[in-house]
Design a protein around this ligand. Structure first.
Ligand code: NDP
Length: 353
């Protein structure tokens, strides 16, 4: 039962040595079944920026639990039930989505998929959810646009953006799964959208998604663009740091700011020097963790988003890596914005569905 273990706490940027692909663990299927476990074969797993924050010493507390050294890392995945215990709520052939250890097979509930701390972090998302996929989406979509990152943009946009037709939204890291959905939420509400990403191919895709103004933050002058196309009413901050300082200068009166902060996830910190803009412009910034809004919006999310994705009313782009052994590369590439073979939601295909 191949596993991806957390091997070493990184200092600064993680490296491939932060993980260990381990094939030494074996399983006794009959034993697991007699222990009352259903068996799930994982199909694909997600690589997300927040996982960098979990690569820390256990004594440092945060909103998410630290990964345990020499244990499988955990995150969002989707799998198929291949053996069902007699009293299981799952049937053979059910596809299930949730937080899982990154290994080929998992056992439910013989081996807990999540520990108590993770349960607290995940709240109502802690147990595996059966996904029917009547829409016929690729299963990977359910860990991306129709999974946690899609929920992040859908739910936080509805809850926090207070968007009004004709306003201007700015969305950084627009080509990732959160950015993709945020751009389309903003357009659906009638906003003018400015978005940025780190390559010209990604910028072209932002326009396909509907962004009115798209730029490459590595080669274009963000301030010039904000001066021409701003001011910004809703700032969907995926990057933060130095870019945020620039964005603050171009916020409109009573602007709203919704935050992620990937520029600091490897420990770099940037002291934003113009926070007085919050007072002068009466700005509001609201932090959130996606699970905060799960109960309120989950039914609406699953009732609407997968259909829209399947009918092409919402676009999504994914970037597939094959084989659990390639998950470290997928993760490092995603953090650096250097995805190989495309871009978009980064995930690893472990097995066929
Ligand atoms: P992405 O797939 O977009 O990956 C992150 C991208 O950010 C990179 O690929 C890179 O793309 C860009 N990036 C990384 N470092 C920098 C930097 N220093 N400056 C500029 N761009 C950088 O991620 P997601 O869509 O999954 O997540 C986007 C944001 O949303 C993250 O900040 C994440 O933490 C946050 N989030 C928050 C949640 C919550 O509950 N609060 C839940 C989920 C996500 P590029 O090529 O454009 O540089």
């Amino acid at each position: 039962n191949a596993q991806l273990l957390f091997n070493a706490i990184p200092k600064g940027e993680p490296t491939s040595d932060s993980f260990k692909y381990d094939t030494s663990s074996t399983i006794d299927l009959e034993q697991e079944l007699s222990n009352g476990a259903s068996i799930v074969k994982l199909i694909c797993v997600s690589l997300d920026p927040y996982m960098r924050g979990r690569m820390r010493p256990a004594e440092i507390k945060s909103y998410s639990p630290a990964f345990e050294l020499h244990k499988p890392i955990t995150g969002h995945g989707i799998g198929v039930v291949i053996r069902a215990a007699a009293d299981s709520k799952y049937k053979v052939g059910d596809h299930v989505y949730g937080t899982v250890p990154y290994q080929q097979y998992l056992f439910v509930p013989g081996q807990q998929t999540v520990d108590e701390e993770t349960k607290k972090f995940l709240g109502p998302q802690a147990s595996l959810r059966v996904i029917k996929n009547e829409e016929g989406l690729p299963w990977s979509a359910y860990i991306g646009a129709a999974g946690m990152p899609g929920k992040t943009a859908f739910m936080a946009w509805k809850e926090i953006a207070d968007a009004k037709k004709g306003e201007v939204a700015f969305i950084s890291a627009g080509s990732g799964p959160v950015g993709q959905m945020a751009i389309q939420m903003a357009k659906a509400d009638g906003l003018k959208v400015i978005s940025s990403a780190g390559s010209d191919e990604k910028v072209a895709f932002l326009k396909e998604l509907g962004a009115d103004v798209a730029f490459n933050y590595k080669t274009d002058d963000a301030k010039k663009i904000f001066a021409e196309h701003g001011p910004i009413d809703v700032n969907w901050v995926n990057v933060g740091g130095k870019s945020f300082e620039e964005e603050l200068e171009f916020m409109n009166l009573h602007g709203r700011i919704i935050g992620g902060w990937i520029s600091a996830y490897n420990g770099q910190s940037f002291g934003v020097r113009n926070l007085f803009q919050f007072v002068a412009k009466r700005l509001m910034m609201r932090g959130f963790i996606v699970g905060d809004f799960e109960t309120k919006y989950v039914d609406e999310f699953y009732a609407t988003i997968p259909k829209k994705l399947a009918f092409g009313d919402l676009k999504f782009k994914e970037c597939k890596y094959t084989g659990l052994e390639n998950a470290p590369k997928a993760f490092l590439d995603m953090l650096a914005g250097k995805q190989s073979g495309g871009f978009g939601k980064v995930f690893v295909q472990i097995s066929d569905d």
